[in-house]
Write a new protein. Structure first.
Length: 322
């Protein structure tokens, strides 16, 4: 049987003058949204409209589209938290603490098919760069369900993007500094969610620090890795396959040496921005057939994309108009 992933990759680029397009969200009607330092969320092909009401140190990271057309944005800067962005471009606090804990360093927010919100806070350290140390594991996952907001997973080594498995039975989370993809069994009783014990799905090396996450229609997990600028697919059986590689062997080696000494310098993370993919950090499937793979980045001013022979898993926002 022909391997459906072995095909030459041609990169296309979209947009211009983007400002930290870290996260990407695509809807079924072809709209492509990216996080944007000035606009909060920017739709490709539309004028940039500045945010109103956001603090000066607001850093949009992951974001979710609601059925109402509003957005929820994870603020990685300042006091963090999740902020709501309405149609008038006004930003207002949505969730700033959980269980009396600050949500400084909020990294990601997503909406699932049951209307629940899943939020990651990468670390409790201030500044967050202190958590670029593999001995520190104080990130967490919070959920907002029928019973309110609470922490459901803790002690994660820099909690980054999370996704619900296509089966709906598991929550997958990237631990960027732990350098592993982990999962938790989802339990729900009377609208209240709890998570089971953490299980390791895959560990990473050779300059790979897992950041973004998306599932394909076959249940494979696509992971965007900062520093190495790789996109890696993890099969349902746990096998890794590099789908895209824009790495620098010397940079990978330096990152590995730093990691063995417990910490990776911020400057090493930023060196990944010198590559063509500009520190690729997120993956989103789009196009009418869900076979266009869009790549967010920390340092790019455009979005890269390529075509895949396997389609993506349809997310909760796919039918929303935006």
């Amino acid at each position: 049987m022909e391997d459906p992933f072995r095909h030459p990759i041609k990169l296309d680029f979209h947009g211009e003058h983007l400002s930290r397009p870290e996260s990407v969200l695509v809807t079924g009607n072809g709209r492509v949204f990216v996080s944007d330092h000035e606009a909060g969320v920017l739709e490709l092909g539309c004028p940039r409209r500045p945010l109103v009401g956001a603090p000066k140190d607001f850093v949009p990271n992951g974001f979710a589209l609601l059925k109402s057309g509003e957005f929820l944005i994870a603020n990685l800067g300042g006091e963090g938290g999740v902020w709501k962005l309405d149609a008038s471009r006004r930003a207002s606090p949505f969730l700033m603490e959980v269980e009396r804990q600050s949500m400084r360093n909020t990294n990601f927010v997503m909406l699932d098919h049951k209307g629940r919100l899943w939020i990651t806070v990468c670390t409790r350290q201030t500044p967050r760069e202190l958590a670029f140390d593999r001995r520190i594991a104080d990130g967490y996952v919070a959920v907002v369900d029928e019973q309110g907001a609470r922490v459901v997973a803790d002690e994660l080594a820099f909690a980054n993007e999370c996704r619900i498995h296509p089966s709906g039975e598991w929550l997958y989370v990237n631990e960027s500094v732990g350098r592993r993809l982990v999962r938790f069994k989802i339990h729900e009783v009377s609208g209240r969610v709890t998570l089971g014990t953490k299980e390791c799905v895959c560990e990473f090396g050779d300059g790979d620090f897992p950041d973004g996450l998306a599932f394909d229609s076959l249940g494979g997990a696509w992971v965007a890795c900062v520093i190495s600028n790789r996109v890696v697919r993890i099969s349902p059986g746990g096998e890794k396959q590099v789908m895209l590689d824009d790495s620098d062997p010397e940079l990978n080696a330096r990152a590995e040496a730093d990691y063995e000494k417990f910490g990776v310098e911020k400057s090493v993370f930023e060196m990944g921005m010198s590559r063509g993919l500009r520190n690729v950090c997120s993956v989103a499937f789009g196009g009418a057939d869900l076979r266009t793979v869009y790549l967010g980045s920390l340092g790019g001013d455009r979005l890269a994309s390529f075509r895949s022979k396997i389609g993506g898993h349809q997310l909760a926002h796919w039918q929303f108009g935006g």
